[in-house]
Each structure stands twice: as structure tokens, then as C-alpha cells.
Design a protein around this ligand. Structure first.
Ligand SMILES: *Cc1c(COP(=O)(O)O)cnc(C)c1O
Length: 370
């Protein structure tokens, strides 16, 4: 029995091998390795796809989020509303700049920040709201943007899991004042290392992010802002341009697999399936189910040679790093229930239809026994 890994970024790169090697040689021979023609080309192409005026290539998704927050003026001691279920990186980006992440519970279907929970967490120190399109499902941006506008704070998208996601026909990345993408190797659009981007259509915010990304330099003679080094290199940008050309096809393949799971697993007792809302076109970065016997389900699938993941086993506010903030279990019932029950099935473009059927059959047979 062949083993099916939960994720396989290597397979995605090998499928593009010839073009990736050619891109590497272009950079090799160019003599220019950090911020240059390839970065600018990628920024243009990625902005066009996200329908924003600007894309600023940076070193990672976490840095993209931190720079977006700094661009709107968030600084030490300021509070930022973040969902209680997300990659811990969302919370780390806020604390990286000395600001304070304040958790809001999620909605069980969209998996995004629950608009109903925002009001209770707003304070006179709240300076921004970060909406996460978790697993590739768009957050309820319409309601969240309205709440942010009423509070006179900017809404920033963490779109690290949402390359190719649409809400009412609009691409993720274009739905807030700024957006942050990650191109970590397992994301929908992958670099062969760390990379990220900040998106915006506001020229002043774009200018500020560009400065902050490289020592605050306007020119090499004057650092205008207290910036960092969060540059994107030419090699990753050149590889990203190759992978970007394949993105429409890989997203389509993810949708086909998701549809097969939704159909094939609809009648498994005790299994909760993702249920995209009518206005959503998810890009299916992850396919996350819930089951009260999650660990037994994962163990049974592992015995059948099927790798799974858990996104995420703990809520960020209950991570040790945030202990001093004093969040207690029970503060985020929907997010915590998700953490206890979530299981991610493999969903990447290189999985065959035969693999998908095998996974569907295995879930049925394991679920019957647990
Ligand atoms: C991956 C991810 C990040 C962090 O991106 P890095 O490139 O790993 O820094 C942030 N937020 C979410 C939701 C992510 O999935």
C-alpha cells in the first residue's frame, strides 16, 4: 500500500521542473539577487491577479502582516483584534511590532472572525482588525468592514491561506485596506523557501510598506522611517512567477477534490464537513473536517497509509507565549471546540482521483469503527 502524505510541496515543484530550472538560470546569470526585475515582475503579476494597485514582495507572510500593521500606524501597546482560531503566526505578527493581539471567537461555518464578537472586544486602544480567510474560506468581510469603519479602524486581511479565494466575485487580497500573503512552500502559491507580499490600492500605504521593507530607505542617503530588512529575493520571485502561471489550474484541481470529498463524505455519521456560504468561492487551501473522535479518526487513517494534519490543535491565546495576557479556557468556545475536533484531509493538486476515492472509503470505514 502506497503512503499518501498529508502535504507534498515537492510534487508541485517537480511538475514545473523545467520552467523552475530555467527561472533559476535567469537569476543566476542576471547578477542581481535581491529586489530587482523579478521581484517587480512578480509584484505586477500578483497585483493584477488580486485586482489591487500594488503588491510589495516581502520575506514572509508574518512580516507582510507586521508591515501592513505598521503601515496603518499600529505600534507598541496598541490593540489589534484577531481571530481566536488561526495560525499562531497571525498573533505573532501583532506581537512582533509590540502591539497586543486581542482574540475574537470565530463563526463555525465561515471559520472567520465572528462579527457578533467584535463589539465586546473593541476598546479605546483598538487600532486595527485582522480578518483571516481561514483554510481558504473568505471571512465575513462585509460585516467586519462595517464594524471596522464604525470604529474608525482599518481592516487588514490575513490572506495567507486564500490565494484564489473569492467573496462575491472579489479576490481575497483586495478586500481590506491592506492584505498579507504568505508563499511558504505548502501554501496555494508556493515559493521554494520563505516569501510573502503586502497588497493595497492606496499609494501612500504602498509607499510606506516599500520603505519599511528595506531599512526605511527612501534613498540610500536617507532612512526616512525605522524600517527592517524584510526584502524578497530575486530567486524566490522568479520561481513564484512560474508557480503563478499554474495557479488557476491548481486551484481548479483543489476545487474538484473538495467537491469529491463533499459528495463522498456527506453521509458519514458524526463527521462535520466544511460548508461554504453562498457568497464564497473558497480556494481550498485546507479541507478541514470535525469529528468528536478526531484522534481516533487520524490514527485509523494513518493505519490506512493516509496522512492528515490538525489545523490547529490549540488556539493562539492559550499558547504559552501569550500566557501573560491571561486568556482562560472557555473564552472562545467555537474556536476551542474546533481545536479539539479538527482534522485536515490531504488536498493538493497532485492527488489522483484514485487517491481521493481511497481516502473517502477509508474515512467511511474508520468512522464506522470509532
Ligand atoms: C502561513 C500563515 C501565516 C504566516 O506566513 P509565513 O510565511 O509562514 O510567515 C500567517 N497567517 C496564516 C493564516 C498562515 O496560514
Amino acid at each position: 500500500m502506497t503512503k499518501l502524505p498529508f502535504a507534498d510541496p515537492r510534487a508541485g515543484f517537480l511538475a514545473a521542473r523545467t520552467e523552475l530550472v530555467a527561472a533559476f538560470e535567469t537569476v543566476l546569470e542576471s547578477g542581481h539577487y535581491v529586489l530587482g526585475e523579478q521581484v517587480e515582475g512578480f509584484e505586477r503579476e500578483w497585483a493584477a491577479r488580486c485586482r489591487t494597485e500594488h503588491a510589495i514582495g516581502v520575506s514572509s507572510g508574518t512580516d507582510a502582516l507586521a508591515l501592513a500593521l505598521r503601515a496603518v500606524g499600529v505600534g507598541p501597546g496598541d490593540e489589534v483584534l484577531v481571530p481566536a482560531m488561526t495560525a499562531v503566526a497571525t498573533w505573532m505578527a501583532v506581537s512582533q511590532i509590540g502591539a497586543v493581539p486581542v482574540g475574537v471567537d470565530i463563526e463555525p461555518l465561515r471559520n472567520g472572525m465572528d462579527p457578533a464578537g467584535v463589539q465586546a472586544r473593541l476598546s479605546s486602544r483598538t487600532r486595527a482588525l485582522v480578518a483571516v480567510h481561514l483554510f481558504g474560506h473568505p471571512a465575513d468581510i462585509v460585516s467586519l468592514a462595517q464594524l471596522a469603519a464604525e470604529a474608525n479602524i482599518p481592516l487588514i486581511e490575513d490572506a495567507a491561506q486564500a490565494h484564489g479565494t473569492h467573496l462575491d466575485g472579489q479576490p481575497a487580497g483586495s478586500l481590506g485596506a491592506l492584505a498579507a500573503f504568505s508563499f511558504y512552500p505548502t501554501k496555494n502559491l508556493a515559493a521554494m523557501g520563505d516569501a510573502g507580499a503586502v497588497m493595497t490600492s492606496d499609494p501612500e500605504l504602498a509607499d510606506r510598506v516599500r520603505l519599511l521593507r528595506e531599512y526605511g530607505w527612501r534613498t540610500r542617503a536617507d532612512a526616512e522611517l525605522k524600517g527592517v530588512n524584510a526584502r524578497l529575493d530575486e530567486l524566490q520571485a522568479a520561481l513564484l512567477r512560474v508557480m503563478l502561471r499554474r495557479l488557476p489550474a491548481t486551484i481548479e484541481r483543489r476545487r474538484v477534490i473538495a467537491r469529491a470529498y463533499l459528495d463522498g463524505l456527506a453521509d458519514v455519521p458524526g463527521l462535520e464537513l466544511p460548508a461554504p456560504t453562498a457568497d464564497s468561492e473558497p480556494a481550498w487551501h485546507l479541507f478541514v473536517v470535525r469529528h468528536s473522535r478526531r484522534d481516533a479518526l487520524a490514527a485509523g487513517l494513518a493505519r490506512a497509509g493516509i496522512g492528515t494534519g490538525v489545523h490547529y490543535a490549540t488556539v493562539p491565546p492559550l499558547n504559552t507565549a501569550f500566557a501573560a495576557a491571561g486568556w482562560t479556557p472557555g473564552a472562545f468556545p467555537v474556536a476551542e471546540r474546533h481545536a479539539a475536533n479538527a482534522l485536515s484531509l490531504p488536498i493538493y493538486p497532485e492527488i489522483s482521483d484514485v487517491d481521493v476515492s481511497r481516502i473517502v472509503d477509508a474515512v467511511h470505514s474508520v468512522a464506522k469503527r470509532i
